[in-house]
Design a protein around this ligand. Structure first.
Ligand code: SAM
Ligand code: DTB
Ligand code: SF4
Length: 342
């Protein structure tokens, strides 16, 4: 699709008979990507809980009483231990998540810049999701070697304030713009199962595909209902809804990495296989997402072997000149090399 798609265009794609939709998405996927290759990211929560925001799906908001352990910013050796383990298990990307509303220019941010530089030196693509960023902060992350920044739109502009009231849709878009202008790849997607209508799902995809440059990766999360949050009793998303979202995302953004994200722990192997067929080509692997369980590396390796899939190598392994966003001078390296079990 060349011109920015309209709501009507996307609705027509989304509402096709399901098997037609999957077939179309599978064809688009094969035309633009290696269908055997799946990008594997490992998530690490580097700062957990006590977040001032009111995202009604989230275990980490200080406003809800949930069963999580609040944790301060992770020490560098502990992160490096996890990064080495993720790399050894076959991940190509490490995504560091912090329960912050926005980044502050303080020693915690300097610590995160050190983390980015160190993980980048390990040869992993480094992703972070830290909340809102200024243009200057995005540039500092780029200079430290950040490969991707995750900042989800989550849902449609219209439904946004039913889910979150402490920031706006435009706040989200502004951070995405800062990330893009700093030369970091953009990872932005959403969650289904928040009580939104299908038109909200379509609108979110219209916004993502209509960005001046579409995101390099789009995570599609199924809500993991968290006890104690306003959405803790939501009806679980079924696989047919996930398939429609994944397939439509693939058709709209043929070159984008479409990540089958939260919700995999509740899916069977057959359901996941259908999602890969419909154009998903990335997962979060490792037995924990940020605060909730996820299939472990062993289960995923078995699934990949069964389906004939292989984990993609990190782009960082390519020569500097072939990397899309080369700016890998580690200005904040703190020289932590030999990780020990914390
Ligand atoms: N605080 C930062 C922010 O909100 O941008 C980064 C961390 S936040 C936990 C990252 C993303 O995880 C959210 O934007 C949301 O899309 C997803 N997420 C959080 N809780 C979830 C849940 N219970 N189910 C599915 N996705 C969830
Ligand atoms: C994304 O889209 N999904 C990930 C990652 N980006 C940061 C987070 C999923 C979180 C699921 C709930 C939890 O584990 O707390
Ligand atoms: Fe905080 Fe992010 Fe959770 Fe919202 S999604 S409460 S900003 S950690």
């Amino acid at each position: 699709m060349s011109a920015a798609p309209t709501h009507a265009d996307v609705s027509e794609i989304y509402h096709q008979p399901l098997l037609e939709l999957i077939f179309q998405a599978a064809s688009v996927h094969r035309e633009h990507n290696n269908p055997r290759e799946v990008q594997v990211s490992s998530l690490v929560s580097i700062k957990t809980g006590a977040c001032p925001e009111d995202c009604s799906y989230c275990s980490q908001s200080a406003r809800f009483k949930t069963d999580i352990k609040v944790e301060k910013l992770m020490p560098l050796p502990e992160l490096m231990y996890k990064a080495h383990a993720a790399k050894d298990a076959g991940a190509s990307r490490l995504c560091m998540g912090a329960a912050w509303r926005s980044v502050k220019d303080n020693k915690d941010f300097d610590h995160v810049l050190d983390m980015v530089a160190q993980v980048n030196d390990l040869g992993l693509e480094v992703c972070a999701t830290l909340g809102m960023l200024t243009a200057e902060q995005a540039q500092k992350l780029a200079d430290a070697g950040l490969y991707a920044y995750n900042h989800n739109l989550d849902t449609s502009r219209d439904y946004y304030d039913k889910v979150i009231t402490t920031r706006t849709y435009d706040d989200r878009l502004e951070t995405i713009d800062h990330v893009r202008k700093a030369g970091i790849t953009v990872c932005s997607g959403g969650i289904i199962g928040l009580g939104e209508a299908e038109d909200d799902r379509i609108s979110m995809l219209v916004t993502l595909a209509g960005l001046p440059v579409p995101p390099e990766s789009v995570p599609i999360n199924a809500l993991v209902p968290i006890e104690g949050t306003p959405l803790g009793e939501q009806k679980p998303v079924n696989v047919w809804e996930m398939l429609r979202m994944i397939a439509t995302t693939r058709i709209l953004m043929p070159h984008t990495v479409v990540r089958l994200s939260a919700g995999r722990n509740e899916m069977s192997s057959v359901e996941q296989a259908l999602c890969f067929m419909a154009g998903a080509n990335s997962i979060f692997a490792g037995d924990k997402l940020l605060t909730t369980p996820n299939p472990d590396f062993k289960d995923d390796n078995e699934l990949f072997a069964l389906l004939g899939l292989q984990a993609k190598k990190p782009d960082n392994n390519l020569p500097e000149s072939t990397r899309p966003f080369a700016n890998k001078t580690a200005t904040h390296s703190a020289n932590v090399s030999a990780p020990t079990m914390p």
